[in-house]
Design a protein around this ligand. Structure first.
Ligand code: S3P
Length: 172
């Protein structure tokens, strides 16, 4: 079994995913990191030089590449749900958790970090609201569990996920 974390940029998929993986002694996979490793180019530069469509192609390929892993916590980039095939590839072998945050939480987490090319706009807060409105239904539809993150620290969120995973393991 795996745990797959989906949700908007800045919802803590990587931070929470690492805690869950350390606690369960599972491996941790972050698809954005694999993309950078494979291309040797930063995410921002991939968007700048080759565009979003190219980034999405590599993202889907990486997800196919990892589809056979087991006992892994997998953190997906926030836009991975745009191609539902990505989630279907991973869903059969794991539980999918949507880390659900409000635009206020997300903007507070992202601060002035410039690593998210989609938020290089004149009003990142409005961009977050617009993109989140579009994506929220996809996150809900493609997950087994929604985990509210507003007002919670990463440890608390991680333990909610760990408890669900332990329950699922017990019922197997
Ligand atoms: C994206 C989210 C990013 C990264 C890329 C695109 C998105 O990952 O994959 O900048 O479309 O939401 P994080 O969600 O890990 O920030």
């Amino acid at each position: 079994m795996n745990a797959v974390l989906i949700g908007f940029m800045g919802c803590g998929k990587t931070t929470v995913g690492r805690i869950v993986s350390q606690y369960l002694k599972w491996n941790f996979i972050d698809t954005d990191d694999l993309i950078v490793e494979k291309t040797k180019i930063s995410i921002s530069d991939i968007f700048k030089r080759y565009g979003e469509a190219y980034f999405r192609q590599i993202e889907s390929q990486i997800i196919k590449d990892i589809s056979d892993v087991d006992k892994c916590v997998i953190s997906l980039g926030g836009g991975a749900v745009l191609n539902e095939q990505n989630i279907n590839t991973l869903k059969g072998k794991g539980l999918v958790f949507y880390l659900k945050g409000s635009p206020e939480t997300i903007i507070a987490h992202i601060g002035d970090n410039k690593d998210r090319p989609l938020l290089h706009t004149s009003n990142p807060y409005n961009t977050i609201k617009e993109l989140l409105n579009k994506r929220h239904p996809l996150y809900v539809k493609n997950s087994h569990y929604s985990i509210d993150i507003d007002g919670k620290d990463p440890e608390t969120i991680a333990h909610e996920i760990i408890n669900i995973l332990k329950d699922a393991e017990r019922r197997k």
